[in-house]
Design a binder for this molecule. Structure first.
Ligand code: MN
Length: 417
């Protein structure tokens, strides 16, 4: 039976009643609280008679995410009933708030943050660009989902400005590094998975238990300073070239809303150890869209990722490392085989050698101050609808002048320029 809601939902909306993604919102002068998006509105869950009602007056999703799948499904079923049965309309409709009247906040408190590297196309492209004389994939790549621990404290909600980072930069032809604003500021279009139910230290989470622990999915932009990264990453991996900012979308799409998007990843061409195998794989058929100053420059296909999120979670805990509510792990840059499916500007411009033409007549390689990047995504949902993710967006602000230079400018001109 096709679900229909009494809430007016435009056909092209990201938020049909089959979606019901969770976020944290506020109106001017009011406290942040939990809501779900439907059509052009957010439904204020703190005002409804729901199971676990106290969780929805919180300014973060963590208390509700910690409850687990039985509770998640109970609330989803109740919300579906409230929004589809006309009998509930008089009681519920007053608690719909237009999206354009609200501020959306970081939806969950981030515990640990891990970033993976699961696209074969992305890893091969980066290998060719960074290590042109070697095999593009490292020998371990097809045996384990490669990742690194990132900086949880600088995960920010969509719309937060991104200040161009400063750091050490050294071009291959230069003898020594210098210091200054990154000249190769880039994006990485990724999909992030949010852990709800923790695990005990010393235990593993199997691929089969993925949906018992993971609450939902967000879009991620892993902003990356390629010049800082290229100089610092050997031999321990990404550090200051990525830790300055990671943006996430404000709506967490639940795994239950994505049941119809499940798909098998590309067949592995290398045997995988038993702990990485999945009976029913957690590949997801999401189509991403990357817009640079409003121009769509790429449509990366998430279905082509070599490693699934369930494999990543199993790998992340196979040594007994515990999970906490609010852990975020991102997929790695999503890139497909075609040029217009690449999820970073490093790849789209082939390290700056093939500029990207924008509709304003400019040709771009890396980000300039004032540039805005937005990432959107959609997936097939129940009843033939499209499950949208909303958007993760950010605008680049100029680098903060270093303190000595700022004092010098102030002494000369009387104000910081
Ligand atoms: Mn990344």
């Amino acid at each position: 039976m096709t679900l229909t809601t009494w809430v007016p939902v435009p056909d092209d909306s990201d938020f049909p009643v089959q979606n019901l993604p969770y976020g944290v919102f506020s109106r001017a002068g009011e406290r942040p609280r939990v809501g779900v998006a439907i059509g052009g509105s957010v439904l204020d869950l703190s005002r409804l008679d729901l199971p676990h009602a106290s969780d929805f007056a919180a300014d973060r999703l963590n208390p509700f995410m910690a409850r687990g799948r039985v509770a998640w499904r109970q609330v989803r079923a109740r919300l579906t009933e409230l929004l589809t049965d006309e009998v509930h309309r008089p009681a519920v409709e007053p608690h719909l708030v237009p999206l354009d009247e609200v501020t959306l906040h970081l939806p969950f408190e981030v515990a640990d943050y891990v970033d993976f590297y699961a696209s074969e196309h992305h890893a091969s492209n980066v290998g060719r660009i960074f290590r042109p004389t070697q095999e593009p994939l490292t020998p371990n790549w097809k045996h384990l989902p490669i990742g690194y621990h990132g900086r949880a404290g600088t995960v920010m909600v969509s719309g937060t400005p991104v200040v161009r980072p400063c750091g050490q930069r050294k071009a291959p032809a230069e003898a020594a590094p210098d210091f200054g604003p990154s000249r190769r500021l880039d994006i990485e279009a990724e999909v992030g998975f949010v852990v709800g139910v923790p695990s005990a230290l010393g235990t593993r989470v199997s691929t089969a238990d993925f949906a018992e622990h993971v609450f939902g999915v967000v879009l991620v932009n892993d902003w990356s300073a390629r010049d800082i990264q290229a100089w610092e990453y050997v031999p321990l991996g990404p550090f200051l070239g990525k830790s300055f900012a990671t943006s996430v979308s404000p709506w967490v799409v639940t795994l239950d809303a994505l049941e119809h998007a499940r798909t098998a990843p590309p067949a592995p061409d290398t045997p995988q150890l038993p702990y990485l195998r999945e009976d029913r794989p957690w590949g997801l058929d999401l189509e991403l869209e990357v817009a640079w100053n409003g121009d769509v420059v790429s449509r990366p296909p998430f279905a082509q990722m070599y490693w699934t999120a369930a494999q990543q979670l199993a790998h992340m805990t196979v040594n007994g490392a515990s999970l906490r509510t609010g852990d975020l792990f991102a997929s790695g840059t999503v890139s497909g085989p075609e040029r217009d499916q690449r999820g970073s500007f490093l790849e789209l411009s082939w390290s700056g050698q093939e500029p990207v033409q924008l509709s304003d007549g400019t040709a771009r390689t890396f980000l300039e101050d004032g540039d805005t990047v937005g990432i959107r995504a959609g997936a097939p949902g129940a009843d033939g609808v499209r499950i949208g993710f909303g958007e993760v967006t950010g605008t680049v602000r100029p680098a903060t002048p270093d303190p000595d230079r700022a004092r010098e400018i102030k002494a000369t001109f009387g104000a910081i320029g």
